[in-house]
Design a protein around this ligand. Structure first.
Ligand SMILES: Nc1ncnc2c1ncn2[C@@H]1O[C@H](COP(=O)(O)OP(=O)(O)OP(=O)(O)O)[C@@H](O)[C@H]1O
Ligand SMILES: [Mg+2]
Length: 432
């Protein structure tokens, strides 16, 4: 019995680095594996479009629109992988990748297109009158001999930024070529702006095919949970078969535990995109060590706490007791004055009333010290001036508090050795 146990343990120790490697790779943004969850119709649409361009020489243009992290880049990559699985298509297809964040004007974009098509030498020192002429020359140069022209795919990431280029020349020309079918070209724009069409000039709009592929996560919670299981499961090809089966069984059971379900549900309701799910899973996966060789539901809870941590409330744990007192004074005053701004003199007054109460062990500080503490709170951005920038004497400057009552209560609960008087003061009713 003992021997069997140690064999299992040995297997675990040896497998763990491999498990971590597989899972970390899957969670990283640069993942080569392009398993697409829940975007079937969009994928089919895009695949159809690409195939028609590559195999039938049909020109086209389309926009893939979806919020950040919804999988636009990944979807396109997965479609291209499939198209390129055909050897002839792979050799034939030329691809130009542009990004609105990098190619900030059309001159740079044109240079980049020349570079990616490897036409620097062909272009040489030739000077053309217009952008359109240069682009036409480049595309013409690609036609060699009697061979029909190769299909070219233009991918414009952060598409909306190209709309801010002068006269939208690049967009106009690309769309124009995609309509006047000399060379088969496909123009695919990726963007997170829903109103992107409105940014286009009329002449550009009229040349665009108006194909839009909208991406939004339509996963139900059950499907979302399945994605969770799938991401954490080991592949069938894992060398240690028995270990793999046990691991996958454990992940499945884990996904049914109440605590995990709760955490996942919260995540699902706040943001159901898979990028968020992946970054949520990264911490539990990285925490796997020989002493902690299984994922536990508490790991997920911890990770979710990290992700949803309230940075203002966390900052409150680091302030001094005096500063905490000033925050409470300010909160009481804010309640008293119905949310109107208050100034240092008023806060100091309130603070004095508190420390001078009988039987208190709270240290009473001099006014300049209290003022310094007050200014420190402002530097931490827990307070902000409410006078719209006009400088008044600092003791009388109106200020608003940037943390709310629940954040303060929370901080007091967790504050190490918080004096009882301070806690009580916080919960006391406020009187004029
Ligand atoms: N439906 C999905 N199926 C599988 N993985 C997904 C899905 N959606 C997003 N992801 C994952 O989320 C990560 C981010 O996706 P991607 O980079 O494609 O987003 P994006 O829409 O291009 O975002 P951005 O607007 O920031 O460019 C990828 O690593 C991918 O693995
Ligand atoms: Mg992207």
């Amino acid at each position: 019995m003992l021997r069997r146990k140690s064999i299992v343990k040995l297997a675990e120790d040896e497998c763990l680095p491999e498990v971590q490697r597989i899972l970390r790779e899957r969670l990283s943004q640069k993942s080569v594996q392009t398993q697409v969850y829940g975007l079937d119709s969009q994928r089919r649409h895009l695949l159809d479009l690409m195939r028609r361009c590559v195999s039938m020489g049909e020109s086209n243009s389309a926009l893939v629109i979806g919020p950040r992290g919804s999988g636009k880049t990944m979807l396109l990559q997965s479609v291209l992988d499939e198209v390129k699985s055909d050897k002839i298509a792979k050799e034939n297809l030329l691809q130009v990748n542009l990004n609105g964040l990098l190619q900030t004007d059309d001159r740079i974009a044109l240079k980049e297109i020349t570079r990616q098509l490897q036409l620097e030498n062909t272009l040489g020192d030739k000077v053309f009158g217009s952008f359109a002429a240069t682009l036409a020359f480049l595309l013409e140069a690609l036609k060699s001999g009697d061979k029909t022209s190769q299909p070219i795919l233009f991918v414009l990431d952060e598409f909306d930024l190209f709309a801010h280029h002068k006269n939208q020349t690049l967009l106009y020309n690309l769309f124009d070529i995609s309509q006047s079918a000399q060379t088969p070209i496909a123009v695919i724009g990726l963007t997170c702006r829903l109103d992107v069409i409105e940014l286009l000039e009329k002449r550009v709009k009229s040349r665009f095919s108006h194909r839009q592929i909208h991406i939004f996560s339509s996963l139900t919670f059950e499907e979302y949970k399945e994605v969770f299981v799938e991401i954490l499961s080991l592949p069938k090809t894992f060398p240690e078969r028995k270990f793999m089966q046990q691991w996958n069984q454990h992940v499945k059971e884990l996904s049914e535990e109440t605590m995990t379900v709760d955490v996942l549900q919260r995540l699902y309701h706040s943001d159901k995109n898979i990028r968020a799910l992946k970054s949520f899973l990264l911490l539990p996966v990285c925490k796997l060590t020989p002493d902690h060789c299984q994922l536990e539901s508490t790991d997920f809870l911890e990770s979710s706490q990290y992700l949803t941590m309230d940075s203002k409330a966390a900052m409150l744990h680091g302030v001094s007791v005096l500063e905490l007192c000033l925050i409470i004074a300010m909160k009481q005053l804010t309640i008293l004055y119905d949310g109107d701004p208050v100034n240092f003199e008023m806060v100091y007054n309130e603070y004095q009333k508190f420390v001078q109460r009988k039987g208190h062990s709270i240290q009473c500080y001099e006014k300049p010290v209290v003022l310094k503490a007050f200014e420190h709170l402002q530097a931490l951005e827990l307070l902000k001036p409410a006078d719209g920038g006009q400088r008044s004497q600092k003791e009388y400057r109106p200020m608003t508090l940037l943390v709310d009552a629940t954040q303060i209560n929370d901080a007091l609960q967790k504050y190490p050795n918080c004096p009882t008087e301070v806690k009580q003061w916080n919960t006391q009713e406020v009187h004029a």
